[in-house]
Design a protein around this ligand. Structure first.
Ligand code: ADP
Ligand code: MG
Length: 249
């Protein structure tokens, strides 16, 4: 089942006299339960693509469909609801609210969507258990390591049972060991819970945990590679790095 489909999307930014073609006629589809990595040089349009897929911005041309619903050319209220109910975001710098505990950060999307405390308490406990932070519920972000904060952010992204989770360099600020824990958690959420994930990364090792790597260059979707072992395997990493070299990334 196709969860997310982008058809012939283009994005242009107008900078005074200059038009920047951030994305140029990109086709992109993601199946349910798939973990897709997006790679490309700096400025190739990765973040732009992720923003469009999550309804944070609108394409100049083309159509994006999420769980059967077109998300382009909706009203602001409609797209806000799509984002809140159907999309989970994970960022490089976690973006947790510093004055809230881990449990409160995870509960926030549920609260915003109008859930009652007694309805979400169990859910929050389950989510913190899923990411291995049962004993950190009452900790504030500055009392946790970067890896722990990112696991809180993942629990928060999963809170509304989103159709898709979009992650922009989720391991970019972490050491290799904490990064691996995050990648294994994302991998497991696809394999065991049928979660669907699109992750932007410039790291071949991070991408080697995905099912498939999509390569962007100059705003175009230029290559695609299926990952064999999907677990940080050396052969997979080398195969990804070969394509990176061919594309002069
Ligand atoms: N808000 C913006 N205004 C103008 N140009 C932008 C804006 N955001 C991105 N761009 C340009 O679009 C291109 C793609 O950017 P981006 O999607 O951030 O690439 P990446 O995430 O791959 O580094 C770049 O040339 C960048 O300078
Ligand atoms: Mg970027």
């Amino acid at each position: 089942m196709t969860v997310l489909e982008a058809k012939e999307i283009s994005k242009q930014y107008q900078m005074g006299e200059v038009t920047v073609n951030a994305l140029d006629d990109v086709q992109f589809g993601v199946q349910k339960g798939e973990f897709v990595a997006v790679m490309g040089p700096s400025g190739s349009g990765k973040s732009t693509l992720l923003h469009l897929l999550g309804g944070l911005d609108e394409p100049t041309d083309g159509q994006i469909t999420l769980a059967g619903q077109p998300i382009t050319r909706l009203s602001d209220d409609e797209v806000t609801l799509v984002r809140r109910r159907k999309v989970g975001f994970i960022f490089q710098f976690y973006n947790l609210i510093p004055t809230l505990t881990a449990a409160e950060n995870v509960a926030l999307p549920l609260l915003i969507d109008g859930a009652k405390v007694r309805d979400y308490e169990q859910k929050v406990v389950g989510l913190l258990d899923l990411v291995g932070l049962t004993d950190r519920q009452e900790h504030k972000p500055d009392q946790m390591s970067g890896g722990q904060q990112q696991r809180v952010a993942i629990a928060r992204a999963f809170a509304n049972d989103p159709e898709i989770v979009l992650a922009d360099e989720p391991t970019g600020n972490l050491d290799s060991k904490s990064g691996t824990a995050i990648l294994e958690l994302l991998r497991r959420s696809c394999d065991e819970l049928g979660q669907t994930i699109v992750m932007v990364t410039h790291d071949a090792r991070a991408a080697s945990f995905a099912d498939r790597v999509v390569f962007l260059k100059d705003g175009r979707n230029v290559r695609q590679l299926n990952v064999e072992k999907k677990s940080g395997d050396g052969e997979d990493i080398r195969a990804i790095m070969r394509v990176m070299r061919e594309l002069e990334m």
